[in-house]
Design a protein around this ligand. Structure first.
Ligand SMILES: [Fe+2]
Length: 502
């Protein structure tokens, strides 16, 4: 760590001299007093100090020699110390060791007198009235500087805490909304730059064998997405931090390793905006950010494992269905593509679209276990047989409910045979009470069934099938879904249906 935290000055009185209103007011009084020589005395626990205020004016005595000057300073310092110990609370006129007319103005601070102002070499008669006015001005300035001091103190104490809280909130929002590491890390990188006003950010994570760091985000390199950029563990600036796990805190670099049981990687910020230096407050906030990122990385890895498990479950169930369907699933790619395009057209995104895609593969899970003679029957089904077929949505749900990550798919599977007019099964739901995914699937299921070749019935032409769907707009099917379907069929991929039929 190469920087020291800048401390707030502990003597608020000293700040008087920095206030603009003091500079203007003192200049005006200085002219009225006809150019005296001013001194500011400050006493505190660790010692005291006398500051000469007027470099352009001088007392003839003080100017005689440097040795004499030192004598004046010693004389004034002793005088100010004596008045301080006397706890003098009002201005005091005096003649100095050279016989010049002077005034000392003690500066009260709460119940203490720690500082004072001395004007030497006063020339005018009528100084008394002017000195009173000046003293009032001086006390007002002291109060002002005290208030500013407290305000700055408050700001420097509260501001980092407020910033840390808002950082936690912002990172939490990102972490809870994004599970995919490839999306998450760039968002955390950009957020870090924004919060800490940095010019650049990069994020590195170890690969599986922990021999290399892989660049996951770099605000200054666009190509990290196109090709894998790696650095050997232990080599270079990044490699060393990722191995020794130490924070790097320099004027224009902040680097923090992601620490879990192992070091997962690191995040680096460079170049504070406006050429400023990174501060201790920045470091503290950056630490919180890095800790939150570790949680996010672990969550994303867990989420990824769950996704892989879910995908495995979907594939297994689908293979069972394939075995049972005797090759009837040939329309599945077209089915899935139409459902996906209509879903997108109707505003579904991300997780919703993923679940809709999974539902397509799992719709008829409930057929598994139905007697083969019913599943493969080409003639008209008896009433009992049809009643068994109508149980397949419920049977499917019973299978799927044991896989918790497939929970969002269940309403779609359960209701994919509902009709918009309420005449469907299993619950006879009507209109928008039917889940949107199920309403979309109902249209596409009907369309692909009509254009599929079946040994037991003639398949319909595409125009005929589209016209059937249009006829059922607002009756069997949701009118908005039908509108999307017609748009997708006509605009998005007019050749896809023809390809399927070849
Ligand atoms: Fe079905």
């Amino acid at each position: 760590m190469l920087l020291r935290e800048k401390k707030i000055p502990k003597i608020p009185e000293r700040r008087i001299l920095d206030e603009e209103s003091w500079k203007h007011g003192y200049a005006a009084f200085h002219r009225l007093f006809r150019d005296p020589l001013g001194w500011f005395y400050m006493g505190n626990e660790s010692g005291d100090d006398l500051v000469r205020m007027d470099r352009k004016t001088c007392c003839s005595w003080y100017a005689q020699s440097a040795a004499c000057g030192r004598t004046c300073e010693k004389y004034l310092l002793d005088l100010a110390r004596a008045r301080k110990s006397e706890k003098l609370r009002s201005l005091r006129k005096f003649s100095c060791h050279a016989g010049k007319s002077c005034v000392l103005f003690p500066l009260p601070f709460l119940n203490e007198i720690r500082s004072s102002l001395i004007l030497c070499n006063l020339k005018t008669s009528g100084t008394a009235e002017l000195a009173k006015a000046f003293y009032e001005f001086l006390k007002t300035q002291r109060e002002l500087s005290q208030k500013n001091f407290e305000l700055q103190n408050f700001y420097e104490t509260v501001h980092p805490r407020a910033l840390a809280l808002s950082t936690m909130h912002a990172v939490h929002r990102v972490v809870s909304a994004v599970y995919n590491l490839e999306d998450l890390l760039p968002r955390i990188g950009r957020l870090s730059m924004q919060i800490l006003k940095a010019g650049a950010c990069s994020i590195w994570l170890f690969d599986e064998d922990r021999e290399h760091l892989i660049l996951k985000f770099d605000s200054e390199k666009a190509d990290y997405k196109k090709k894998v950029i790696r650095k050997k563990s232990g080599a270079g600036f990044e490699g060393r931090i990722a191995v020794n796990g130490e924070i790097c805190f320099k004027r224009n670099v902040l680097a923090i390793p992601f620490l879990d049981q192992d070091i997962l990687g690191l995040i680096i910020l460079r170049n504070k905006q406006g050429g400023a230096a990174f501060t201790f407050t920045d470091l503290e906030i950056f630490k919180i950010l890095a800790e939150q990122t570790v949680v996010a990385i672990k969550n994303a890895k867990l989420y990824d494992e769950t996704q892989q498990l879910t995908l495995g479950a979907v594939k297994s169930i689908n293979e069972l269905l394939e075995l049972n369907s005797a090759g009837d699933n040939v329309h599945l790619p077209l089915f899935a593509r139409l459902v996906n395009e209509i879903g997108k057209d109707m505003g579904l995104r991300g997780e919703d679209l993923t679940n809709l895609g999974r539902a397509v593969l799992l719709l008829d899970t409930g057929y598994v276990g139905l007697p083969e003679k019913i599943r493969t029957k080409r003639e008209k089904l008896t009433e009992e047989e049809y009643a068994l077929i109508k149980q397949h949505p419920h049977r499917g749900v019973n299978v799927l409910k044991s896989v918790s990550s497939l929970k969002p798919v269940i309403p779609i599977v359960l209701h994919h045979h509902e009709r918009f007019d309420g005449q469907g099964y299993p619950h006879g739901l009507k209109g928008e009470a039917i889940p949107l995914g199920a309403r979309i699937i109902a249209v596409v299921d009907s369309f692909t069934a009509m254009i599929s070749k079946r040994s037991y019935r003639r398949s319909k032409g595409i125009d005929e099938a589209v016209s059937e769907i249009r006829k059922q707009r607002g009756v069997q099917f949701d009118p908005h879904v039908v509108d999307s379907f017609l748009k997708v069929i006509a605009v998005e991929f007019p050749g896809a249906v023809e390809d399927f039929r070849k």
